[in-house]
Ligand binder design. Structure first.
Ligand code: HEM
Length: 494
């Protein structure tokens, strides 16, 4: 009896001590408006059962009240979403908000520059930055052009066969391309679809597991997660994705590095820089960074280009304008010539279309930060230290307050020079912004423009899907649940 009393007393003491130590945190959190998330038993049961489609819906519902900031509690974890571009700007540029939330670190995603601690991130980002600048990227444009030609040969097989999910072809392309940029070769695009799609379907499953785990906080501790079937499934799916190639990529780069060392030159490619012992990265760090870049590059660009094709298939008038621009630049041809850096930069209307697509269908719908000091935002609210700050790109991109009554409509002309000048800074952030802006944004835009120019010159793209009927699911990235179903017909040039 005495022991139980002592235990109860200690437990009560620890609870009081916890709340006393965090009294400022709870005081400030209390002032932030509560989201419309359903905290009842029924609501929590819904989360317990949620699939990736429902998770997306639940997060969206949380922002329905349109406040400057909105909080949700998951146990003692405080999530605060911010929607005003000026607050987003403040957070994304603050040196005190560079970290990713602890809950993402529970997800066993590779701890490369995407999810690493700030110190770790800083050294990796510094090393990688020069290789993703405009000058260095000119060197990879030949790879992009070559890989897109392989894509075109493979798409020929789909011509006239009815609707198919173009995401699989796009993912095979982006995966092969990033691996080639890392100076290794895999032949995925030419594989039979059953072989090729194994990689892609496993990546999809892997990301679904990561998302489900991130949302179900009771699965965060490794000791619990590792005893679940989900963990076995995660290991199984990871080994069947591109992550299975990482050792070959690294080994190959180590061999190639010798050339740079012999010629006494700076490492020619980022993969050689990464494996260069002079830069002091451990083998685990190198492997995680390779996984990160492969994961970050492949799914994202494939979704963005598939989404663009899907919207162009729905909006034929816009497709016509893109093709007019292509004909103006390349002549009335079915076969795109080699696209160099200068030619790619002439594709202004195509760029507006890609921008408008990523506004309506942002590939990364939410980004997260954790603040190491209290952060004051609009209307006097203060986000207490240690909050998981949510930047809901999807909501910001669809906000009627920012974009007007037609915010839900596909209208690339918003990005015409004179109109885009009126878009508030940080209202359009498909690649995030600030010091942790997507390192691959230029890479992605160049590759997408080459792909789309090739496809749209040759094919008229069609779909039976309607924009208003699209449903979305959250797998860290955002996907259209129905798939990116399009059909291809050879274009008739008038
Ligand atoms: C359309 C394509 C892409 C989109 C929409 C996209 C979007 C994003 C976003 C929103 C972030 C910030 C994530 C966060 O702060 O939590 C990010 C980070 C990152 N992206 Fe991308 N990305 C794309 C393509 C790429 C490509 C092609 C690469 C590499 C070749 C890449 C590599 C990375 C890396 C390494 C980071 C982490 C940057 C850091 O924390 O410093 N991404 N991306």
């Amino acid at each position: 009896m005495v022991i139980i009393e002592a235990l109860l007393f200690t437990a009560a003491f620890l609870v009081v001590k916890y709340f006393w130590n965090y009294r400022r945190f709870f005081y400030l959190a209390n002032k932030v408006p509560l989201s419309s998330f359903d905290y009842s038993i029924k609501g929590l049961y819904k989360v317990l059962k949620a699939d990736n489609k429902t998770i997306f819906r639940i997060i969206r519902e949380g922002f329905a009240n349109n406040n400057v900031c909105t909080k949700s509690w998951f146990g003692l974890f405080l999530f605060v979403g911010i929607v005003k571009p000026e607050d987003v700007k403040l957070v994304l540029n603050s040196k005190d908000c560079l970290d990713k939330p602890r809950f993402l670190k529970f997800t066993n995603m590779p701890k490369g520059s995407l999810f690493g601690d700030v110190e770790y991130w800083h050294s990796h980002r510094k090393l990688l930055n020069p290789y993703f600048g405009a000058r260095s990227l000119r060197n990879v444009i030949p790879i992009f052009n070559n890989k897109v030609k392989v894509l075109m040969t493979n798409l020929k097989k789909m011509e006239g066969t009815g609707e198919f999910n173009v995401l699989y072809s796009m993912t095979a392309l982006t995966l092969e391309t990033i691996i080639k940029v890392m100076e290794y070769d895999v032949d995925l695009q030419n594989q039979k679809s059953e072989v090729r799609d194994v990689f892609i379907k496993n990546l999809e499953k892997f990301l679904k597991i990561v998302t489900v785990r991130a949302f179900k906080f009771w699965l965060h501790p490794d000791i619990i997660f590792k005893s679940t079937k989900l963990y076995q499934k995660q290991l199984e799916t990871a080994s069947k994705t591109a992550m299975g190639f990482s050792q070959n990529i690294i080994q190959n780069a180590q061999n190639l590095l010798q050339e740079d060392v012999n010629n006494n030159e700076r490492s020619k490619t980022f993969i050689r820089a990464l494996v260069n012992p002079k830069n002091g990265f451990s083998s685990d760090e190198i492997q995680d960074e390779v996984h990160t870049v492969v994961l970050a590059a492949q799914d994202t660009s494939a979704i963005a280009s598939s989404s663009t094709l899907l919207l162009l298939a729905m909006y034929k008038d816009v497709q016509r304008k893109v093709v007019d621009e292509l004909h103006r630049i390349f002549g009335k041809t079915l076969d795109a010539p080699y696209l160099d850096y200068e030619k790619i930069n002439e594709l202004h209307y195509l760029e507006m279309v890609i921008n408008e697509t990523m506004r309506l269908l942002p590939v990364v719908p939410y980004v997260f930060r954790e603040n190491s000091v209290d952060i004051g935002i609009s209307e006097g609210y203060v986000i207490p230290t240690g909050t998981y700050i949510v930047i809901p790109i999807f909501e910001i991109h669809r906000s009627k307050k920012i974009w007007g009554e037609d915010a839900d409509q596909f209208r690339p002309e918003r990005f015409e020079k004179e109109n885009s000048e009126k878009i508030p800074s940080y209202a359009y952030i498909p690649f995030a912004k600030g010091p942790r802006i997507c390192i691959g944004w230029r890479y992605a835009m160049l590759l997408m423009k080459i792909q789309l120019a090739n496809i749209l010159l040759r094919y008229e793209v069609d779909t039976s899907l309607k924009f208003e009927e699209l449903e979305y699911q959250f797998n860290i990235t955002m996907n259209v649940s129905q798939g990116y179903k399009i059909s291809l017909k050879e274009r008739i040039i008038d």
